[in-house]
Each structure stands twice: as structure tokens, then as C-alpha cells.
Design a protein around this ligand. Sequence first.
Ligand SMILES: [Zn+2]
Length: 468
Amino acid sequence: MEINLKFLGAAQNVTGSRYYLESNNTRLLVDCGLYQEREFRSRNWEPFLIPPHTIDVVLLTHAHLDHCGLLPKLVREGFEGKIYCTAATSDIAEIMLLDSAKLQEEDAKFKRKRHEREGRRGPFPETPLYTIDDAKASLPLFSSVPYKQPIQVGNGVKATFYEAGHVFGSSMIKVSVSRGGEERTIIFSGDVGRWNKPILRDPTVFNEADYVLIESTYGDRLHEDSEDIGNNLAQIINSTLDAGGNIVVPSFAFERAQEILYYLNELLTEGRIPQLMVFLDSPMAVRITDVFARHPKLYDEEMSELVHLDRSPFDFPGLEMVRTVDESKAINYIKGTAMIIAGSGMCTGGRIKHHLVTNISRPESTILFVGYQAVGTLGREIVDGAKEVRILGQHYPVRAKIAQIPGFSAHADRDELFKWISSMKSAPKQVFVTHGESEAAQSFSVFLRGKTGWDISVPDYREEVVLQ
Ligand SMILES: [Zn+2]
């Protein structure tokens, strides 16, 4: 038995997930993600280390861009096989990839103009990494698979998808390779989700595997208690209602937006907040919410019960799904308190900027952050306490209340990762700690080795191992 495994991304960093596995003349990729950290973005432009036309299939864990965002480039450069994922992942990936392609095109245009003006050249080509047409060309290759049903992906190679509890449609993937009466199983954790998250079912746990790749985004940290999310949210909404301002929530379109709607619906039902106008002002979030509504079989018990009782969090009194620009502009003229959920999540673009312009200098309004704000973004500036910010070319004093609710996270923390992997009844031959910054991955591997005594390693970018 010989299985080759290559770590082509998310190895000692968080984004650009891509693992290559070759056995029995079958060549497959697990994920083909975009690098998003500034220091690694140049890798998006490098030629693929494995010629795309030689790859038979792609197994896709979920629709976040750091897992699927390089697929249009893979297809443009010759990949012709199937991209297997769940139906929900396929639907959401379509929205994400088309949006990403649009941003790539806009970005290239903007850079070209700026470089012309400044008479210089940038480090990357001023052509888009891929275009909307490239993204469209990748869509027919998507092939949806149900959870827990093994599919044959090559000679003696099977793949089975399992619920990951990370985002809607997300999967962990078990690859089984058999040859000469022997079988080896390799589990790719994808992004490990969390127990008791709204809407989603819990992550699947496994009793055995020969090899495990485990993510470690929060491998050196523990999350704050998510029990407090509802309390915090109720308190912020009620105090802003008293003050007579609006609550402006920058949010990612996928998962976080739907999760906030879930909590709002719950608070309303429990009578902990009065009915108020809630605008989901992001065409992308609205489309993704439609995908959630189309796949009720993926809901956890509580969510299924809500839908059954006609109390869906995607359709409660006061909730408006905003699609057009005119509808979005009309929000400015509404009297009384409204909650406005808009993208982008870190205030780097999108409709949120217009709502910040209207609200950030109003002491009665609240800007509520529900997600991580990366260094260098407008969101981070506001969270860090800037007295004045520049939005759409104009300066505005920050007078609104700035609030943050911790506890929202789609990733397992150190103890949850341990809970997931310690369900193994016997030691895997080897565990590879991936998808974490070097420090987090190393720290988690030390922690895990200390707890289990297992053989654990933290592979490097481009490292190749032979699994026996
Ligand atoms: Zn993810």
C-alpha cells in the first residue's frame, strides 16, 4: 500500500486549503482554496504544482473561499473532472465564486488605473486572477453528493462526506483506499465546527481512521462562552431602542448573517426584545439565505422544529430582505429604530459603508461587530477606538456606540478540536495538524501529543509524505 499525500496549502497558515492525494493511479485534490493572508497571496498566482489536467477529481469540504476560491483557475488551466460536494455547498459555492470573480475583475481594473496614474507596475499582473466567465465555466463540474454515502472516485478509492457543523453544507471527508485486500482510511477534517450551533447539526465524530488531517485555526485558544450571545444582543438592541438610534451590523453574508437572524427570531419569540424593523441589506446574504431555506434536511432539531411551527428565523415579523439599491437607500428615510445587517463583514466594501456614513456620527446609534476584524480594515479601525474615520472619501467623527459580541465562531476551539479527535478508539498511525498559523498548529500538536501520546506532525507547505 502506498498513498502519496502532498500539503499544497493551509500548511502552517490558515487559508489556501489544498491537499493532493495519489494512490492506485487516482489523483485527487481535497479543496482548492484561495490564499487570503497578505503574505501568502502571491501563491494564488503561481502555477499549480500538479498539472490540473492530470487531476481526476476534487473533493470540496465547504463553500468558504479559502477552500473553494481557486477552483475557477484550476478549471481554466485544464481540470476537467468532477468537483464533489454536498448540494448546499454547490449552491453556495456558485454564489461565492461569482462574487469572488467579480471582485477579482474590479480589483484588477482598479489596480491598472492606479498604476497607470502613478506610472509604475505592481507585484502581481493587473489581470484578474480569474474572471466571471472562468467562474461560470467551473460550475457544470460540480456534482452533489449526500452525506454518509460512499462514492467511488477512482480505482479502489472511495470518498464519504459527513456533517462538519462548521457552515451550512460543510463536510468532513473520509477517503478509503483499498488494494490487495488491505484498506487505509484518511480523514480530512475540513473546518471543524462546533457543538450546539444554531441551525447546524453537530460535527460528526469518528471511531477510527489510519490517518487524520485536523485543522487548528483556534488550536491554541478557547472561545468565550456563546451562551451570552442572546443576552448581549438583547441588551444592545434594547438600549439602542431607548436611545432612538439604529443598530448597524457589519456581517459576512454566509452563516453569520443567518445566525444573527436566528438569534433575533429567538429573542422576539421569547419577548426579550420588542418587534423592530430588521433589514438584511446584502443581495449576497439574501441569496445565501434562500439556499438555507431550500435545504431543510440539513437543519438541526431545533431549527426543524421552528420551521415546522411556522416560526422560521428567515421569515419573522419585521424582517425585510433587501435586494435592490433603491430599497437599500430607502432605509435611510425610515423613522424609529432599525437593525441593519449588511456586508462586508470587515467594512472593506459593500452597502455597510453607506449605513456607516448615515449612523457613525449619531450618538444614539450603535455599530455592532459580530466577527473578527483583520488589521488594516475599516472595521478594525472602528473597533480599536478611532475618533474619526474615512468612509467613501469623506471624514466622519465616530460618535455612535461601538459594541462587540464575542462568542460567534464557526471554528472549534482547542478543547472542541480535542473533543472531536479524542473520539478515536485507537491511535491513528499519524495525525497531521494543518490549517492554522504556525504557532497555533505547533501549540495544538504539543497539546494533543501530551494528551494522547500519538504520532503527530505539523507539515510544511509543499511537504510530501507517503502513507503506508
Ligand atoms: Zn471555513
